[in-house]
Design a protein around this ligand. Sequence first.
Ligand code: FAD
Length: 277
Amino acid sequence: MFDYFRDAPLNRCCTFLTGGRARRLAYAYTQEELCEAADCGALVLGRGSNVLVGDAGYDGDVVVNRTASRTFSGEFCECDSGVLLSLLSREYAAAGRTGLEWAYGLPGSAGGAAIGNAGAFGGCMADVLDSVTVLSGGKVRELKAEECGFKYRASGIRGTVLKLRLKAPLGDAETIRELSERNLARRRKTQPLGASAGSVFKAAGLLPAGLLIDRAGLKGASAGGAEISPIHANFIINRGGATSGDVLRLILEAETAVFLKYGIRLEREIKLLGEFF
Ligand SMILES: Cc1cc2nc3c(=O)[nH]c(=O)nc-3n(C[C@H](O)[C@H](O)[C@H](O)COP(=O)(O)OP(=O)(O)OC[C@H]3O[C@@H](n4cnc5c(N)ncnc54)[C@H](O)[C@@H]3O)c2cc1C
């Protein structure tokens, strides 16, 4: 049993740093707490790095997943779903284990990454996952990776991801470290700093969404305190004082401009939660 904060601000729980309040908010540090909250219908958030929460907030309970236990065992890593993926990636590299080089610097939780099949630089969760433990309809089940319905930046996982079993074979420590560092350097070179949720849209087939938005003339466009990054047009940045409404306006502008110019309907990678008006 743990305490809920009432009428709690959600902007501190997501990387856009925008959004309204939740009716109740709790932090889960153990599997028991996570199960209890999820079983009672709370919306589970990891690091909030792939969501835009509406300014009118979320009329329900939210639980922020801070479970953090992980161990290497044989050729596998067993971890809680709240573990920060960038931290795990560093631990893989330090232990000379391969599979998470692409995730160096990725700011999401392992559970959130599994739900969205996060990926970068040619790797993704579907490649590294062996199985997940999921709470759904009051029952705990283990799903093998092939039962997770993974697609490009999506999965068919329904319910709350409690734990993950990831492949973690030993490899050449020096090569793993080099590749991880190279990926982090690429991230730093190509992605803007500032409050964001990473890529807003999925690539449209082989066409990067950022390129389409750029060619539609929206690089650098702003609404209130939000801006389509002049560095990477698939990133919207909260330059300070932005509302989720400002971010949403830019999302809609980008969708409209790309559709009018190319006839392509951009698909959102980030998830919109709660009420916007
Ligand atoms: C600077 C930056 C760079 C990024 N780079 C990348 C990148 O290279 N590749 C990439 O794929 N993404 C990237 N992202 C997006 C994001 O980090 C990933 O999608 C990440 O996996 C989301 O995890 P999270 O814990 O933040 O999920 P959240 O944003 O907290 O949640 C996302 C969704 O998953 C659900 N959810 C979260 N945890 C669970 C759980 N345990 N069980 C069930 N549902 C859950 C939430 O309810 C929500 O619907 C980036 C984001 C930022 C800010």
